[in-house]
Design a protein around this ligand. Sequence first.
Ligand code: FES
Length: 575
Amino acid sequence: MTNRKPLRSQAWFGRQDKMGFYYRSFLKNRGFPQDRFEGRPVIGICNTWSELNPCNSHFRTIAEHVRYGVLDAGGFPLEFPVSSLGEVTMRPTAMLFRNLAAMDVEEAIRAHPLDGVVLLMGCDKTTPALLMGAASADLPTIGVSGGPQLSGVYQGRKIGSGTNIISMSEQLRAGEVTLEEFHEAEAAMNRSHGHCMTMGTASSMASMVEALGIGLPTNAAIPAVDARRNELARLAGRRVVEMVGEDLVPFRILTRPAFENAIRTLAAIGGSTNAVVHLLAIARRVGVELTLDDFDRLGRGVHCLVDLMPSGRFLMEDFYYAGGLPVVLRDLGEQGLLNRDALTVNGRTIWENVKDARCWNREVITASGSPFKADAGIAVLRGNLAPDGAVIKPSAASPELMRHTGRAVVFETIEELHHAVDDDSLDIDESCVMVLKNCGPKGYPGMAEVGNMPLPQKLLRRGVRDMVRISDARMSGTAYGTVVLHVAPEAAAGGPLALVRNGDLITLDVAAGRLHLDVDEAELATRRAAWRPPEPLAARGYTKLYIDHVLQADQGADLDFLVGRSGSPVPRDSH
Ligand code: FES
């Protein structure tokens, strides 16, 4: 293979002096012969394996297959760990640490003798964290997702991770299932390696990897335990070695057309609202000026083609067997909704990758002529309650609530909500609008997935299953409901959300993109003058750094000093 420019790793390994001895010698403790150091592209396998992150628990196996691929192609693979973000294990929320992990990834890539990188990503935040870090470091990179779990099956019916946790916990609270059944369902839901197998955040982000072109075709949906997932990893290992020779860096892949493809794909898969925040953050790392309005403009009129939970019936395993994301991308391309020339990591355009994709099950992947849900892109809302925007996922909302005016029932904190929501004396009915404050990036901190607030038990008992809910939080991609999220600016930053009081009328009009607090400006000014910011949540450490520097949701909730990219210049010698 001919490299157009010298391998970066040769600044470590190609030296015949004291430092060359130093850099090579310590690695030779594993038995690597001298020829490993003589001009082979060094490929970092960036691994988020962790026993504390069950969704990524099979990543040692995937890393081995990437390693075989790198060796097949004549490269020199070196695996390294980075912070792993387990959605279900980390408190107060894995999102608090997304930017920390992104820093870890970026600095690890830059500090080491690497020429290219394969990113192993699975559980929700691991994907944006690794993409953000790798984008800022800008070495040739392929993303490999860990793949979804096999479908959950309980009492003869499919159950989806997250989605059925929410529905079953509501059934338990309403006395419709026993505790024993609840425990049995836990084991039946997560029955294999892999990440959540609904179209939640992990699956949405794995789809974004494929739609952005930073992963290989079929990356999104191959189940974690399907041998073809290992084959994909091996092919990625082979391909990244070639990419080093082509200097095919993320900056050439993650272009504005690629992000536009991702936004439309997100609408076509009924993907997670979390992907909005993550795509904004990734785009800003590579200097693409993506805004919330792009989501509104590009997603409008795009139909949801896949009948997957949380909006629909099927799961990621079904999606893969039906043809997976290439079928959706082909349909978008045929509708004129795909920037066909966007370059992908395999060196081909996205259209070349998907133009012959075939669908094997039109129940799971519908055609745009008869879509699962029409016009299902994530909607952006603005108004005096969200001057910098808020989002709602229409495909997961109740049609009858998409235009609604109701009396606000306000919770200042998540603890207050949990304390009050099941108190039968709470003055609330199904026409009310539940408002939760102080759960945004600074306020929680970390913008936790608490926006899909539990409904009051007294209303659940009456069969109420949805209400309008508004907050500065996020919600799990596996959740559903008429839930307005990401209100910006957030309450803890002094946004108008902080000024809402019990009894105020709030109007939601999704079709008009409007979120309005029906309180006159003079009264709001009085309330604003009386508002005091919450007590600081951290006096030191990373959490303080985060609160001091985190951007609002409409800007991707990155840290202000991490926006942009620095590339991978070779740092000074260490000794
Ligand atoms: Fe890891 Fe859902 S908890 S992907």
